[in-house]
Design a protein around this ligand. Structure first.
Ligand SMILES: CC(C)(COP(=O)(O)OP(=O)(O)OC[C@H]1O[C@@H](n2cnc3c(N)ncnc32)[C@H](O)[C@@H]1OP(=O)(O)O)[C@@H](O)C(=O)NCCC(=O)NCCS
Length: 124
């Protein structure tokens, strides 16, 4: 991925998460994009990236063979929210993660959004 694409994705997350969280999430996204094995899935509208989600691999010490990923962040430009972009990137992601043999994906985020795509809560 080239630097322009990285900057575009970081900006998508900055704007998606708004004034309060945007800068922190943008920093997080840039950090994950710097890692060599992070998977980046984007959706385009009108010839530009408007939504993105990142999956960064990690290992549990007790389960070194399990192929685990952290989902963070997932964001869609405000002007494009509510029009199916989030659904599109999540569905494309699940297909891609299945194809690379992912065993588990963890996310810390909106508890009403992710269950639509198979995530289950780990707290009660
Ligand atoms: C959350 C987000 C990624 C969803 O993307 P989107 O393009 O707006 O979502 P879609 O239009 O594809 O909607 C997909 C489904 O999720 C629902 N949904 C959208 N945003 C939601 C939210 N914040 N909470 C719960 N459900 C949500 C929609 O109603 C839709 O449901 P349906 O398929 O039953 O109609 C996007 O709104 C966003 O970037 N929000 C700000 C950043 C954020 O909160 N990111 C996730 C937190 S970790």
């Amino acid at each position: 991925m080239n630097q322009t694409e990285i900057d575009t994705i970081v900006e998508v997350h900055r704007l998606a998460f708004g004034k309060e969280e945007g800068d922190d999430i943008a920093r997080l996204a840039r950090g994950f994009l710097d890692l060599p094995d992070t998977i980046s899935i984007s959706s385009e509208r009108d010839g530009k990236i408007v939504g993105n989600v990142l999956f960064t691999p990690f290992k549990f010490v007790d389960h070194p063979d399990a192929k685990c990923y952290l989902l963070a962040p997932c964001g869609v430009l405000p002007a494009y929210q509510g029009h199916g972009v989030g659904k599109e990137i999540m569905e494309a992601s699940i297909e891609h993660l299945s194809s690379v043999g992912a065993d588990a994906v963890f996310v810390l985020g909106v508890p009403t959004f992710y269950p639509r795509y198979g995530f289950v809560s780990t707290y009660r």
